[in-house]
Design a protein around this ligand. Structure first.
Ligand code: GUN
Length: 296
């Protein structure tokens, strides 16, 4: 068997084209605006933020990057989040992670108005997702993974999904989203025993552990679907958490790195920002807000 490639770059580009059309036809409205808070000098974060800004501008979403010195204190950062929450021209607010060690990410992410939390990292949105509430803003990577599976017409009902990694930004929300779509979900992590045997039982494998080429061919059940969220470098070359060449021989579908989940994450962030802007406009017209943060 040679796996079919789930081409995230192509699907993401179609999603961005659709978004650009929708944004273009909002009559008499301002463009949606995303604010990205970047603290410190992490080179990878700078690249991600640059890519997000470029992609936003291309579809007609305004993007303001707030670059802050890594000596900024927690209270000063909270103050900036509050200002963005109160700014009616800003529809989406994200804080690029990781944050410097002296800042508690939970405190910062919890301060983002849930209606503007387009990364879905505020525990309020994570909780709505866990409760299968449709108004949850779902974080971009899990949403992108689901979209890849849906576009390929992969049936999820009753399928055993094994997720390798329990992070708040990928493993846990992906588990909730697949559970909400009727998968039977197992979350594996660094303390899991017999990981390879567990993965071998999976119909769908999501590798999100940050270990280059960890998942080998003999870990994969014949015909399984393999989603690779890893972004690692070996000798300067990008690779995922899956040994792609090997796994292609046994899987039915596999995502490449680069060109798989990464571009989907950016496209879903843009979609979340557009949808948040639409919802905020609706709420303004109806003078109602559910989040407890808004002053109207
Ligand atoms: N760091 C790694 N991935 C992400 C992401 O999707 N959003 C943010 N804000 N930070 C990240």
């Amino acid at each position: 068997m040679t796996a079919q490639i789930l081409d995230g770059r192509k699907i993401a580009s179609e999603i961005r084209e659709d978004l650009a059309k929708k944004i273009d036809i909002i009559p008499g409205e301002n463009m949606p605006v995303l604010a990205v808070v970047l603290v410190g000098e992490n080179d990878a974060s700078k690249v991600y933020v640059r890519n997000k800004k470029k992609a936003a501008l291309e579809v007609g979403i305004g993007c303001e990057v707030i670059e802050l010195n890594d000596t900024i204190g927690e209270n000063a950062l909270l103050e900036i989040i509050h200002e963005l929450n109160d700014n009616p021209h800003v529809n989406g607010v994200i804080v690029q992670l990781p944050l410097p060690k002296h800042i508690n990410p939970l405190k910062i992410l919890s301060a983002i108005n849930p209606e503007k939390d387009v990364d879905g990292f505020n525990p309020y949105n994570a909780g709505l997702l866990a409760c299968k509430e449709p108004e949850a803003i779902v974080s971009a990577t899990p949403k992108g993974i689901l979209k890849l599976l849906q576009v390929a017409n992969i049936d999820l009902v009753g399928k055993h999904a094994v997720i390798i990694g329990r992070s708040n930004i990928v493993g846990r929300p992906t588990a909730m989203l697949l559970l909400n779509n009727d998968c039977t979900v197992t979350i594996a992590h660094s303390k899991t025993t017999n990981l390879s045997e567990l993965v071998k039982e999976a119909d769908i494998v999501v590798a999100a552990c940050g270990c280059a080429k960890l998942v080998k061919k003999d870990w994969i059940k014949k015909g399984a679907v393999v989603i690779d969220v890893g972004i690692n470098r070996i000798d300067g070359k990008l690779c995922g958490d899956v040994d792609f060449d090997e796994v292609c021989e046994v899987a039915s579908f596999v995502t490449p790195v680069p060109g798989g989940v990464g571009p989907m994450t950016v496209a879903m962030l843009l979609e979340n920002t557009y949808e948040a802007a639409c919802r905020q406009r609706e709420h303004q017209h109806n003078h109602k807000c559910c989040c407890g943060h808004c002053k109207h």
